[in-house]
Design a protein around this ligand. Structure first.
Ligand SMILES: [Zn+2]
Ligand SMILES: [Zn+2]
Length: 133
């Protein structure tokens, strides 16, 4: 099986557990409205904002993401650049961090697939270990 080129290998910033399973990033999440708790699978492919969950999250609804290994919150105090919702943060195995929007339906949900072009290029450089000049 060949590994897709833009597969992100992400880890929990708290316990360093690898959270990428196959082509998905498996996280736990709390949803306030309507109150639920469950699993959310984000695509581990760079820029793909597909997500899968058994929970009923309305379009535009927010989720709080939690590491399934250590049960600690992955949320950070950095609002989404597109919609202003709180974001979760994961560590990249290759170094650096990756923020993603907690709002369902926001393009910022994609891992690495939005934001400033410079940030994306820097991320790609880190992923492929291209030295900065
Ligand atoms: Zn953890
Ligand atoms: Zn957003």
């Amino acid at each position: 099986m060949t590994k897709p080129l833009l597969l992100l290998d992400v880890r929990c910033p708290n316990c360093q557990a690898s959270l990428t399973q196959g082509e998905q990033v498996v996280l736990h999440a709390h949803v306030a409205e309507p109150a639920q708790e469950g699993e959310v699978r984000l695509s581990a492919l760079f820029g793909d904002y597909a997500s899968r969950t058994e929970m009923v999250i309305p379009e535009g609804g927010l989720a709080e993401f939690i590491c399934p290994a250590c049960d600690r919150s992955l949320m950070v105090d950095v609002p989404c650049g597109l919609c202003g919702a709180p974001q979760g943060s994961l560590n990249l195995a290759t170094g650096g961090t990756l923020e993603f929007c907690s709002r369902r339906g926001c393009r910022g949900h994609a891992l690495g697939g939005f934001g400033e072009l410079d940030d994306m290029i820097e991320l790609l450089n880190r992923m492929f270990k291209i030295p900065h000049d």
